[in-house]
Design a binder for this molecule. Structure first.
Ligand SMILES: Nc1ncnc2c1ncn2[C@@H]1O[C@H](COP(=O)(O)OP(=O)(O)OP(=O)(O)O)[C@@H](O)[C@H]1O
Ligand SMILES: [Mg+2]
Length: 155
C-alpha cells in the first residue's frame, strides 16, 4: 500500500509500532513539510523507549542524543543542511555505527545519499487539520518498497 490517510491517533500508534520494530537498533528517515508531524513522531518513539529528556528539533545543532531510555536515540534534523556532507562533520557515521541505537533523521530527503541503506522512511504529508497522508517504505536500488503500515515487520 503506497499511502494512507491517517488520523493523529493512528499516526501515534504507527510510531509505537515503528519503535517496537526498531528496538534492536536502526535508522528512521522522516520526510515531510514544515509542521507535518516529524518531531511529534519522534517524541512518540522516544516515549515508547522511556526517554525522559525533552524532545525538540535539533535544528541548530543538527543532532541531540537521548540516552535516558531503554534504547539510545540520536535525533538529527537536516533542515538547514546545504551540503549533505556536512553531516559527516558532526560524526553521523559514528552514530549510525553504534550498535543497538536508533537514529532518527528529520528532513532525511536533504541528505538522501548519506542515509543508511536499511533506513525505514516515513513520509508525512499535510492532508487536513486532523489527518495526514502517510507512507512508509525502504529504498531498494533507489526504488521505494512500500510496507503495509499496520503490519510492518519489515525491520
Ligand atoms: N501525531 C500528532 N498528534 C497531534 N498533533 C500533531 C501530530 N503531528 C503533528 N501534529 C500537529 O502539528 C504540529 C507540528 O508538528 P511537528 O512539530 O511534529 O511538525 P514537524 O514536521 O516537526 O515540523 P518542522 O519541520 O517545522 O519541525 C504540532 O504542533 C501539532 O499541532
Ligand atoms: Mg520538527
Amino acid at each position: 500500500m503506497k499511502s494512507q490517510i491517517l488520523t493523529f491517533d493512528e499516526i501515534d500508534r504507527l510510531a509505537v509500532k515503528v519503535a517496537e520494530n526498531m528496538k534492536k537498533g536502526g535508522c528512521i528517515g522522516l520526510i515531510g513539510d514544515l509542521g507535518a508531524g516529524k518531531t511529534t513522531f519522534t517524541k512518540k518513539i522516544c516515549k515508547y523507549y522511556g526517554i525522559e529528556e525533552n524532545i525538540k528539533s535539533p535544528t541548530f545543532t543538527y543532532v541531540i542524543g537521548y540516552t535516558s531510555g531503554s534504547v539510545n536515540v540520536y535525533h538529527f534534523d537536516a533542515y538547514r543542511i546545504i551540503n549533505p556532507e556536512e553531516i559527516y562533520e558532526i560524526g553521523f557515521e559514528d552514530y549510525v555505527g553504534e550498535d543497538g541505537s536508533v537514529i532518527i533523521v528529520e528532513w532525511a530527503n536533504n541528505i538522501s545519499d548519506e542515509m543508511p541503506e536499511d533506513t525505514v522512511y516515513i513520509e508525512i504529508e499535510h492532508n487536513d487539520e486532523n489527518t495526514r497522508k502517510v507512507s512508509i517504505y525502504k529504498l531498494k536500488n533507489g526504488e521505494k518498497e512500500y510496507a503495509d503500515i499496520f503490519h510492518n515487520n519489515n525491520n
